[in-house]
Design a protein around this ligand. Structure first.
Ligand SMILES: [Cu+2]
Length: 146
C-alpha cells in the first residue's frame, strides 16, 4: 500500500501582516491620547483611545470604515507571539491580556500591578478581527508606581 501525503500548505502563503477581510482606511491611526511611551503612572490607569481616519462603532455593527478598540496588555505586538498569525485572520482573544471595547467605548481605567507594563491599541472589525490593513498603535511601555 502506498500512503499519499498531501502537503498542507494552506495558510502558509498568507502575508504575516494581512489582517482580516474587512477593509480599513490604511491611513487611519489609533493612538494613546493621554499616555506616552516611558510614562510613570499610578493604578488604576486611565487610558484614552484616539482614532483618526475611521470611526468607532459597537461590535456587530456593519458599517464601512468603522471598528472598535482593543487594549493589548503585556503581550507582543499584534501579529507577533505564539498566536500572532492566527489572531490576524481569526480574531482577537478575550482575556486579561486582550480587553475588548465592543460597546464603542473610547476610554477605560485598568488596574495594573506595580512595575513595568506594555500597552497597545488595536482596532477590530464587527467580528473582532483586525482590519486589512490592521490599524494599530505603537506598543508603549509604562511603569506603574507603588
Ligand atoms: Cu472586540
Amino acid at each position: 500500500m502506498t500512503v499519499l501525503t498531501i502537503s498542507a500548505s494552506l495558510g502558509l502563503t498568507s502575508p504575516l501582516w494581512a489582517g482580516g477581510e474587512t477593509a480599513s482606511n490604511p491611513d487611519a491611526k489609533v493612538y494613546f491620547v493621554n499616555l506616552q511611551d516611558g510614562a510613570s503612572v499610578s493604578s488604576p490607569v486611565t487610558v484614552v483611545f484616539g482614532l483618526s481616519g475611521m470611526g468607532v462603532a459597537p461590535a456587530g455593527t456593519e458599517k464601512e470604515n468603522t471598528g472598535h478598540h482593543h487594549l493589548f496588555i503585556d503581550r507582543p505586538a499584534l501579529g507577533q507571539g505564539e498566536d500572532g498569525v492566527d489572531e490576524l485572520s481569526n480574531g482577537i482573544p478575550a482575556d486579561e491580556n486582550h480587553v475588548h471595547f465592543g460597546g464603542g467605548q473610547t476610554e477605560t481605567q485598568v488596574a495594573l500591578s506595580p512595575g513595568p507594563h506594555t500597552l497597545q491599541l488595536v482596532l477590530g472589525d464587527l467580528g473582532h478581527v483586525p482590519h486589512s490593513t490592521p490599524i494599530v498603535s505603537d506598543v508603549i511601555s509604562i511603569t506603574v508606581m507603588e
